[in-house]
Design a binder for this molecule. Structure first.
Ligand SMILES: [Zn+2]
Length: 263
């Protein structure tokens, strides 16, 4: 079967193991069923996730002009502490920013290759953890808007990592950590205006990814450059397809690319 479509991050279902779906305009592909099967991928072109034009992708699936103009790509997305909707202050489109920023947000600790702090909308738990390839995670703070979550993350960054090492994550080179203990250790550094939102009574969430074989030396596939690739799928972790020859493909990192899959 040949499927053609624009890549967007895989949809997921929090089951044991996690289920992954690649969604094209006219097709819905259950990726777990392709493990141990050969997939051939061809680069076809670009389609910006915002304007839909065939223009080079700049970042996050957007062409350069959409990335710098559209409300969905504001700086506060990557840097939640820059959120201003709670002050009624517009960045690019106040109505959109209010809708996204003024809703419950979670500050969490996740362990994918090391323990890191992160921010997400409450509605994105546990999706965010799945996308990061975390095998364990815990909520530490629940706040009513994105700004409060952002300043908490900034305050905690001095005491815990805020990045994942994707190579380590894909090698499954990780240790189990006691995230409840980490939460207690970080508690004193939570900003004063957030202290009342501390969560101290929940437990770790554990995630199990569908991987038959982890790569020893993950090699990232650049399909735009290579144009075509063929390999046997060995598993999926985070938003990465892992192939048996150690090739890995970051689906989320390639949003906006049009590809043809021959399965
Ligand atoms: Zn665009």
């Amino acid at each position: 079967m040949v499927y053609t479509g624009v890549l967007t991050k895989m949809q997921t279902e929090f089951l044991d193991p996690i289920q992954y779906y690649l969604v094209f305009e006219n097709d819905f592909i259950h990726m777990n069923q392709l493990i141990n099967k050969t997939i051939e991928m061809k680069f076809v072109g670009h389609q910006c996730l915002s304007c839909g034009l065939n223009k080079p992708i700049y970042r996050q699936g957007f062409c350069k002009s959409c990335f710098f103009d559209k409300p969905v790509a504001g700086d506060w997305i990557m840097r939640p502490e820059l959120s201003t909707a709670h002050l009624n202050k517009e960045d690019r489109d106040l109505e959109y920013e209010k809708k996204v920023q003024l809703q419950p947000h979670i500050v969490y600790l996740a362990n994918s290759s090391n323990v890191k702090v992160g921010v997400t909308r409450k509605s994105q738990v546990p999706t965010r953890w799945i996308d990061q390839g975390a095998h364990e995670a815990i909520e530490i703070v629940e706040v009513p808007n994105r700004y409060l979550a952002g300043i908490t993350e900034v305050a905690l960054k001095d005491h815990v990592a805020d990045k994942t090492n994707w190579r380590k994550m894909l090698r499954n080179d990780n240790a189990d950590e006691d995230l409840i203990e980490w939460r207690q250790r970080l508690k004193p550094y939570i900003p004063n205006e957030v202290k009342d939102y501390f969560i101290d009574n929940n437990t770790e969430t554990h995630l199990n990814f569908p991987v038959e074989h982890y790569p020893e030396k993950p090699k990232s596939l650049n399909i735009e450059k290579q144009m075509t690739y063929s390999g046997t799928l060995a598993g999926i972790k985070g938003q990465y397809l892992i192939f048996q020859d150690n090739t890995v493909f970051n689906v989320r990192g390639n949003e906006g690319l049009v590809v043809e899959l021959n399965i």
